[in-house]
Write a new protein. Sequence first.
Length: 338
Amino acid sequence: MRVKGQDVKKIMVTGGAGFIGSNFIRHIHKHFPDIELVNYDKLTYAGNLENLAGIEGGYVFVQGDIQDADRVATAMAGVDVVVNFAAETHVDRSIHDPGDFILTDVYGVFVLLEAMKKNGQVKLFVHVSTDEVYGSIADGFFNENSPLNPSSPYAASKAGGDRLAYAYFKTFDLPVLIARPANNYGPYQYPEKLIPFFITRALQDQTLPLYGDGSNCRDWLYVEDTVRGILALVEKGEPGQAYNLGAGQECSNNDVTRQILRHLGKPESLIRAVADRKGHDFRYALDWGKMRGLGWQPQTGFTEGLSRTVEWYLGHRDWWRKLIEKQNFQSHLRKNYE
Ligand code: NAD
Ligand code: DAU
């Protein structure tokens, strides 16, 4: 793998113990065994070193907060590329308690960018933003020049981090670029997000709380496609640019839920209509022509990806059961259906 015409020897992955970050590390470790990896992660409730079981050799884990400037600077020494996945990521939690979102998703990004400025040797910083920064769109698609109009405290914090990353390119001429992926799903996703939450609840014959009338729509991107997209950005992305990573796999929450139940052979009577999420975005949809220009396109259709995901959760019951047991102690997160 090359960046700016030079071989990439060392990548710092922040948030590598989470869902997309751990899939990214697994991919690099398998396909680019000569690249050294530093996984810098605070291990919040969403960080889980079991996601990286079996990753050995050329890999170092550093437990740390991206808000900790000294620790970040030490971990960044000798790094060619930084990929920042670290974030608070769950919209419902951001509605309940936004403080950590602002601290990690805005201030933490500032600390990383400052560390990069002082380090002076990092050749590329890929900041992982989200399609939620654009807000909801009833028809059509957002491109990278569409105005940002985030709805939730999560999305607003991500928009802050996204534009701060750009500011460090524009003001300090640092090689920073921004990825804006659509809704991801696949192995190792923490069972609070729609797909793993509903798979694991259905497997326990528990009800599936569908917000509002279930007609809200998301574009579902299989995590391996995101990982390949980020690698394309490392090799071919332009500093200062933002890139949408869409899937072209739009599906309403009603349809997603029914497909999960069909895969598992569970009855639709498990579905419960519950109160809507506050400020609930109706639809996300991206134009990803700019990524196509770099030779990237998603390869996994939703039917195929969902089937693989369901199989993974069926085969990894110990992994998610442990997380759910811990979750049950977090009473403030119990929702209005329990
Ligand atoms: P996740 O919640 O599964 O993992 C987040 C990781 O970041 C965890 O390992 C956690 O321990 C770590 N972390 C949190 N705060 C930290 C801090 N202060 N310092 C260091 N580490 C910290 O998240 P994910 O779903 O894998 O998302 C990864 C990134 O991709 C995030 O930036 C998210 O906003 C973005 N994104 C996610 C999706 C999606 O659908 N999952 C879609 C688009 C963009
Ligand atoms: O679009 C990218 C974003 O996708 C990422 O930036 C976020 O980190 C990620 O969490 C995700 O946000 P969403 O809010 O779209 O994902 P979530 O899985 O929380 O919800 C998907 C849809 O399902 C949404 O319309 C709300 C609905 N939902 C969700 C849950 C958890 C329900 O109806 N019931 C539920 O219990």
